[in-house]
Design a protein around this ligand. Structure first.
Ligand code: EAX
Length: 324
């Protein structure tokens, strides 16, 4: 029976009651960055679309700021169905869906336009099909942003400047291998621990996109920011199969369309933060190195690239690089 919007009769009033009782399936959606961050913007857009286009049969409850744990934990919970959705970077994703690892190679993407074209195109869309066999539904590729290095010790212009620095990285072997070739000492750590680790000096630095650095208030605990842009950090909107498998075809369409709107909103916020965030961080006291020797960083990566070619296939790497 369709749900009445207005109850003119007692029967309709009862139906309305019954509808509102079952009306709202609450979707728990989590992510590590704070409220007002790019992930929050993406989640808010997704939720608004889903709520509107299912006439509020679904309603979101958002959990920003790692309230549901780090990214690996949240992906596990989505896999188990104890959490409904997560927006996550690819940081730990390769441990669940190994085919994804290739997109974490440093200096693989030239710029935002290149990355977005790859993820929206056949390569990215094909990768999304690798998730369901692992008990995860990938609604869309979304975006974290190009990552930059911050640290408390010194300005970084070239790879040698990173030598011996203990830098927190994501739990991502592809990143760690690349960063080692820069000279750093990568220290993998879940995101919820990062602020305290920086504050207490357990690590000297970390690397993240501008929207994460600003929304996590890392300027309070880091002096130097170098615009290395050493790796593009993709993100994913993942839904639990427990939710997806119960959706009607029509609702599935609503969720997929909502994901598209969410991606567009999240990317817009990344663009805005990249445009305005650096000046903001400077105001908060960070010293910013803009003239990073990116060519030297790419040179330093050569041994790591040989290993990547072995692991992922030089052809597959080239296929991504060649996308225009
Ligand atoms: O996805 O862990 C990280 O550094 C990520 O960039 C952050 O959790 C946002």
């Amino acid at each position: 029976m369709p749900c009445p919007t207005l109850a003119r009769t007692a029967v309709a009033a009862l139906a309305l009651l019954a509808c509102s009782a079952q009306a709202q399936t609450v979707l728990k959606i989590g992510y590590t960055p704070a409220k007002d961050s790019h992930y929050w913007v993406g989640a808010t857009a997704f939720c608004a679309e889903v709520e509107k286009n299912t006439q509020n049969r679904f309603k979101c409850q958002q959990f920003p700021s790692s309230a549901l744990g780090g990214e690996r934990e949240q992906i596990e919970a989505v896999q188990l169905g104890t959490q409904d959705a997560v927006i996550t970077s690819t940081g730990p994703v390769g441990n669940f869906v190994p085919e994804v690892k290739i997109v974490d190679i440093p200096f693989l993407f030239r710029d935002y336009a290149h990355a977005r074209t790859v993820f929206d195109g056949p390569i990215g869309q094909d990768l999304l099909t690798k998730f369901p066999p692992k008990g995860l539904v990938a609604l869309a590729w979304t975006e974290n942003g190009f990552r930059h290095i911050t640290n408390s010790r010194r300005p970084i212009h070239k790879p040698e400047d990173t030598r011996g620095l203990k830098v927190r990285t994501m739990e991502n072997k592809v990143h760690m291998e690349g960063y080692r070739s820069f000279g750093m000492l990568p220290t993998p750590m879940a995101f919820p621990e990062v602020f305290t680790a920086l504050q207490q000096g357990t690590v000297d630095g970390q690397e993240n996109p501008i929207p994460v650095i600003t929304s996590s208030k890392f300027a309070q605990v880091q002096k130097h920011l170098s615009l290395t842009g050493h790796v593009y950090s993709p993100a994913l909107l993942l839904l639990s199969n427990a939710v997806w498998s119960k959706l009607s075809e029509a609702d599935r369409k609503v969720f997929l369309e909502a994901a598209k709107v969410s991606v567009a909103a999240q990317r817009r916020k990344v663009d805005e933060d990249d445009a305005n965030g650096v000046a903001l961080l400077e105001k908060e006291g960070m010293q910013v190195v803009r003239n990073v020797d990116k060519t030297a960083f790419q040179e330093a990566l050569k041994p790591a690239y040989a290993a990547y070619a072995k692991e992922f296939g030089a052809d597959n790497i080239k296929k991504i690089q060649d996308v225009r």
